[in-house]
Ligand binder design. Sequence first.
Ligand SMILES: Nc1ncnc2c1ncn2[C@@H]1O[C@H](COP(=O)(O)OP(=O)(O)OP(=O)(O)O)[C@@H](O)[C@H]1O
Ligand SMILES: [Mg+2]
Length: 227
Amino acid sequence: MERIPTGITGLDTILAGGFLKPSTVLVVGLAGSGKTTFTIQSLFTSAAKGEKSLYVTASSETIAMINHYMSAYSFFDPTFYEKELIIFADISSLVEENYLRIVPYIQTLIEKHDPSRIVLDPLTGMTYDLDEKEKRKFLRTLFTNIKGWNTFTIITEEMTHDQVKSSLVGYMADGIIELGIMETEEEVLRYLQIPKMRGTHHTMIKQHMEMGPDGLTVTGQLFGGRY
Ligand SMILES: Nc1ncnc2c1ncn2[C@@H]1O[C@H](COP(=O)(O)OP(=O)(O)OP(=O)(O)O)[C@@H](O)[C@H]1O
Ligand SMILES: [Mg+2]
């Protein structure tokens, strides 16, 4: 297994050098916590080093909207599309038609493009219409297929800290990264926390995370590690 850079400034050092490849990491957080920024930054930063990625979405944001928002960041480079270093796929219509076709469709995209990193953002957008039994079936099929992909995969999901601890997707993923927002009397701060990362010695202390012109930056323990 190799370690690959996360693409998030300051995160590699607290993850023993980066993410393991192959592996699957779940990035969770509530709306606006930075999940899409995290994944797009990871893909663009690795594309700058020549790595190929596939970004699959079924979100309420269109690909054009995501591109528009992300173009504000320094890591954004539209030439990565022309060079086919980043492939975007919107599967919203497939989700409406038949959820059983989602994984086989992603499989065909992987066979065609041979990406090194894959993002599914957000899982909620692919499973919102399913009952609990169908969701479990979808997740089992997805994770069985992921094992054959030999890629680094990020799945995002809108979940609270307590939901993720007892979730099937959190159990199946090799790692979990939680993004959050904390309010004190004086300020509102973003943080990142790593509750799980198989095969990696890591801190579980909340890390302060800034969102600026260069995207997300992990700057050190939140409040000196007191929370
Ligand atoms: N250029 C920017 N610089 C700093 N912060 C920004 C910038 N653009 C957006 N933001 C912040 O990032 C938030 C959106 O982040 P992002 O889309 O990554 O979150 P998300 O977790 O994917 O949300 P959702 O659940 O809605 O998909 C905005 O609500 C805003 O607070
Ligand atoms: Mg998002």
